[in-house]
Design a protein around this ligand. Sequence first.
Ligand SMILES: Nc1ncnc2c1ncn2[C@@H]1O[C@H](COP(=O)(O)OP(=O)(O)OP(=O)(O)O)[C@@H](O)[C@H]1O
Length: 262
Amino acid sequence: MAPHPGRLTAAPPTVRIRGLVRRFGARVVLDGIDLTIERGEFVALLGRSGSGKSTLLRAIAELDDEVTGSGELHVPDNRAVVFQDTRLLPWARVLDNVILGLDVPQARERGLDALAEVGLAGRERAWPVELSGGEQQRVALARSLVRDPELVLADEPFGALDALTRGRMHDLLRELCARHRPAVLLVTHDVDEAIALADRVLVLEGGRIAEERRIDLPAPRPLRDPRFLAHRESLLSALGVAAGAAAAGDPDSNPELERSSP
Ligand SMILES: Nc1ncnc2c1ncn2[C@@H]1O[C@H](COP(=O)(O)OP(=O)(O)OP(=O)(O)O)[C@@H](O)[C@H]1O
């Protein structure tokens, strides 16, 4: 794969964090995190349940003012956050959900373009309740897209979707990222999702980034590709899960980390 365009320029990284600490009472959940995300880079964050993934994402989204640490926290203001719960307003039509609070000329046209990009042309007057879970998540993506964010922070955005819909959302997200090139931090339990989408996969363990793997594979990335399988094995081992056990649904493995089968 060609080197990432973001790495060819002298542009400063989109995210730069040094020594980030988060305590809950006496418990140190993030213990001096250093993290850089380059422009246009797609980073996936894996970790066992309770390892602090959402805490880190909230800190980067500046939704948490109790973060401490001696280092820097540089994140762009122009960022979007996408959650598993799409947080669409039920009383607003789809287009209004997409452009709510968007104070730019031609907001409506931009909203319609974003809806077309996520495959929802013609659905702008629907109510959220009339949409499937996958369609609602597409609206949430359109709502991010219309703001042309430098950084997208996504916390398990596809966790509630069935495997087929999730696979389609992966294709869509890959296309949108190739076109718009935001930096992305995706929190996921799904090792395969991380390998399918990311330029770089991090494993959070013991309050630190314990493992980092660059995924230099062209897209799309078939699950059966031996290089995909090698990445999976190595990441599962970093997570403390035997690859065979996770794939077979062994109850002794961490169920949160079992692979999905798109
Ligand atoms: N507001 C809070 N008060 C106290 N403890 C908290 C709070 N928020 C998170 N924690 C604790 O911090 C730890 C990390 O939580 P976090 O939600 O970041 O984990 P996670 O890796 O995202 O987990 P999961 O994969 O299950 O979503 C957990 O032990 C959790 O109980």
